[in-house]
Design a binder for this molecule. Structure first.
Ligand SMILES: Nc1ncnc2c1ncn2[C@@H]1O[C@H](COP(=O)(O)OP(=O)(O)OP(=O)(O)O)[C@@H](O)[C@H]1O
Ligand SMILES: [Mg+2]
Length: 733
């Protein structure tokens, strides 16, 4: 017993040992909130004899859920914790709806629509309207749903939904979604709540089952999630939530700080526990974080201190542009003992490109976390649509996506015929064929599709191994052939490789219908690259957006792109609220660092295809100068002595000469004095060879502020930017 408590401070122990009151643990970053959750679960199971089955823990990401489960396993290795529910709100919703959804008219094999599917559904309901306009409506609909409203909610009037006919669009979308037998992300919460509210037996079952419900990152729950939570808390359920109002960064998705404040109102005997000691970061890192966050007006003033050492001073790195920023970051990374606990953080995914180019050039292993989502790729969405329709013949968006892909002669007129029968799209297809409503070509295409559907269902019902099922579907639908016939070799190879990893991923999944349902669910809810969990390279630099870093920690952190307009991603004169939210995001990013923090800034940045002069982030100016090393250097920043560092790893053989040139530049050399390596006249359309990337073609050329930048698409598929001054590219015929 003592061992479970011995690694906790007094206040953490209080939170772990109190099994009587609702608890609200309100504390700053790195103060051990998540540790309280894992320790309390372990303690409840080991010392209080709670069955794991009676505990529900809600985390913010599936990755966090997995890590916490592992952590608990290692704390109480002798206990079997398989029954413990450790999920995100969304995955918990899916879990409930799969089991009891029939009570509100949902089939157990419903599919989950992502944002793109939802937009397509709306476009489908309003075929004459522009997608761009409908996207705005869709955004507002999602927002309203996150607040827990539906198309008839009175609250819509009082909100800023001034868009013409908003309710009509909202209602049409709801209707289409119900007909499709699918749910969107917001529904996973709303419909679960609806189910629990309407069905006393199900609600009572959960209320009696869960004796302990714990919620991590509580500051980012939205109104509808809070409502769901309230439905789950029975009279003997203890509710424990932990959060930090300074880290609330999802207001745009409806998260409400209000939930923290109203917690006590709903649970009057709440005990509030504050943790004040930070165990993660050095003193120097913490004071940078505090100096910025204290400028937020809307916050609970918190004391946070650390007994950790002062550590090194954070460093500010100024660069001329994003390419140089990436090179400098890479140089600094090369000096570290390993890549395992290093993160490069940026505000938007688009900023990863320069880092990826440089890291791959220098053979530094890296992993982009949570970006380019595998399941959002065209070929993968096609394959998933094919699988979905087998599970759910009402799924209109999936049906429309693949009924004529590859071309089966089912044009607009044929489709109209098919859709006119029923919402069960496979029945409709069958009727249209039987009634002779389709032309010769459309008829044979439809018949082939129907045969494939029937065989696919049969395979699933016979508990077929999913890999075989997928191979059958991809072959007999003609989807694989479609991509094999792709003319562009790079695109072809990429698509086929992706389809192949999809098939491989299915190898690990349980066979048959059940397996496929859970696979489709995990791929939609996980929102991470497929297979990344297993293939995660331990010794690799992690690249991710600041939003994706919640709850994580790294020895070394680079917080990059600290320029107004990027971070904060708001312009002069923006709402104070928006700036405050960005400031919290900055606070989250900085407090991920345990030992060393770098803050980077570039004077110029290519935005939307043109060069912009960048101003240092207002957050940088909020940090007293004595708190960090380095200076904000704006225009024509000099190459500082970071470039004098020798790479740590001797296996870096492939340093491109454009980079070597910079690396060898003596300290304090002004950029304008850097020698021109080559002065070749590159033009769009020129074919070139790079020693690192191979053959490619110049696809764009821009001159801004006296600097010529070309973009080259290489045969291997990557696109890289080169400053012509340093580009080591040989023109070829
Ligand atoms: N009492 C303690 N003694 C020593 N280390 C601790 C203690 N409590 C937590 N830690 C360590 O401090 C670090 C931060 O803890 P944890 O991740 O639980 O903080 P948190 O409050 O959840 O942070 P965040 O707000 O970023 O989610 C972890 O490495 C954790 O293992
Ligand atoms: Mg945490």
């Amino acid at each position: 017993m003592t061992s479970l408590l011995s690694s906790l401070n007094e206040m953490q122990k209080e939170a772990v040992l109190d099994f009587n009151n609702p608890l609200l643990v309100l504390a700053g970053a790195g103060s051990g909130k998540t540790r309280v959750i894992t320790s309390k679960i372990a303690y409840a199971i080991k010392e209080m004899n709670y069955s794991p089955y009676r505990i529900l823990a809600v985390t913010f990401t599936n990755k966090a859920a997995k890590e916490m489960r592992e952590r608990i396993n290692s704390m109480i290795p002798d206990e079997n914790i398989a029954g413990l529910e450790m999920r995100t709100f969304h995955s918990f919703g899916a879990y409930v709806l799969r089991r009891y959804g029939s009570k509100i008219g949902l089939n157990d094999s419903f599919t989950i629509y992502d944002d793109e599917d939802s937009l397509n559904l709306l476009c489908n309901a309003f075929p004459d309207e522009k997608k761009g306009d409908l996207r705005e409506y869709m955004k507002q609909i999602s927002k309203a749903k996150d607040k827990g409203y539906n198309s008839s909610s009175a609250e819509l009037n009082g909100l800023a939904y001034h868009m013409q006919g908003f309710r009509t669009y909202f209602a049409a979308y709801e209707n289409a979604l119900r007909k499709s037998g699918c749910v969107d992300f917001a529904d996973l919460i709303i419909r679960t709540t609806e189910l629990l509210e309407q069905n006393d037996d199900v609600r009572e079952y959960f209320q009696q089952r869960f004796k302990l419900i714990l919620v991590d990152e509580y500051q980012d729950t939205n109104a509808s999630q809070f409502k769901l939570l309230k439905c789950l808390v029975g009279k003997d359920t203890q509710l424990v939530v932990v959060g930090d109002d300074d880290q609330s960064i999802y207001k745009f998705r409806g998260a409400e700080i209000k939930n923290i404040l109203s917690f006590e109102y709903y649970y009057p005997n709440t005990r509030i526990i504050k943790l004040e000691e930070n165990y993660r970061s050095t003193k120097n890192i913490l004071r940078v974080a505090s100096s910025v966050i204290k400028n937020n007006k809307e916050r609970h003033d918190k004391t946070i201190f650390t007994n950790n050492e002062s550590g090194e001073l954070p460093e500010l790195i100024s660069s001329i542009d994003a390419d140089e920023e990436a090179l400098k970051v890479r140089m600094l990374i090369s000096r570290l003992p390993n890549y395992k606990s290093v993160a490069i953080l940026y505000r938007t995914n688009a900023q990863s490109r320069e880092f990826e180019t440089v890291l791959s050039c220098f053979r530094i292993p890296y992993e982009v976390v949570g970006a380019l989502r595998f399941y959002e790729r065209e070929e993968i969405k096609d394959a998933l649509a094919l699988f979905s329709i087998i599970l759910n013949p009402h799924d209109r968006i999936s049906f429309l996506r693949i009924i004529n892909k590859p071309a089966r002669g089912i044009g607009k007129a044929a489709l109209e015929q098919i859709l006119s029968y029923s919402d069960h799209l496979i029945d409709s297809l069958e009727f249209a064929i039987k009634d002779n409503k389709l032309s010769g070509k459309a008829k044979s295409g439809a018949t082939a599709f129907l045969d494939m559907y029937k065989k696919g269902c049969e395979l699933l019902n016979n508990n077929c191994v999913l890999k075989d099922f997928a191979v059958f579907m991809l072959d007999s639908s003609g989807l694989k052939k479609l991509y094999e016939d792709e003319k562009d070799e790079t695109i072809r190879r990429g698509r086929l490789e992706n389809l192949s990893s999809l098939v491989n991923a299915l190898e690990k999944i349980a066979p048959g219908r059940e397996g496929l349902i859970s696979f489709l669910e995990s791929i939609t809810l996980d929102r991470t690259t497929l297979g990344s969990d297993d293939e995660e390279n331990e010794d690799s630099v992690k690249l991710m957006t600041m939003h994706n870093t919640k709850g994580l920690e790294f020895d070394t952190v680079f917080v990059t792109g600290l320029e107004d307009g990027i971070m904060p991603s708001v312009r002069e004169g923006s709402e104070i609220d928006d700036v405050e939210e960005e400031r919290r995001l900055f606070y989250v990013a900085v407090t991920r660092a345990k030992k060393k923090l770098f803050l980077t800034f570039a004077s110029k940045r290519m935005l939307w295809g043109s060069w912009n002069s960048q101003k240092p982030s207002r957050f940088l100016k909020e940090i007293p100068k004595s708190f960090y090393k380095g200076e904000i250097e704006t225009a024509n920043a000099s190459y500082t002595n970071h470039f004098a560092f020798e790479p740590r790893r001797s296996n870096i053989t492939n340093t491109p000469s454009w980079a070597q040139n910079i690396v060898k530049t003596p300290t304090k050399t002004k950029s304008s004095e850097v020698k021109v390596v080559k002065n070749v006249n590159y033009e769009v359309g020129d074919r070139v060879i790079s020693p690192n990337y191979g053959r490619g073609e110049i696809i764009s050329k821009e001159i801004k502020n006296g600097k010529t930048v070309i973009r080259v698409r290489f045969e291997k598929g990557n696109v890289a930017l080169f400053n012509t001054m340093y580009a080591n590219l040989t023109k070829v015929e």
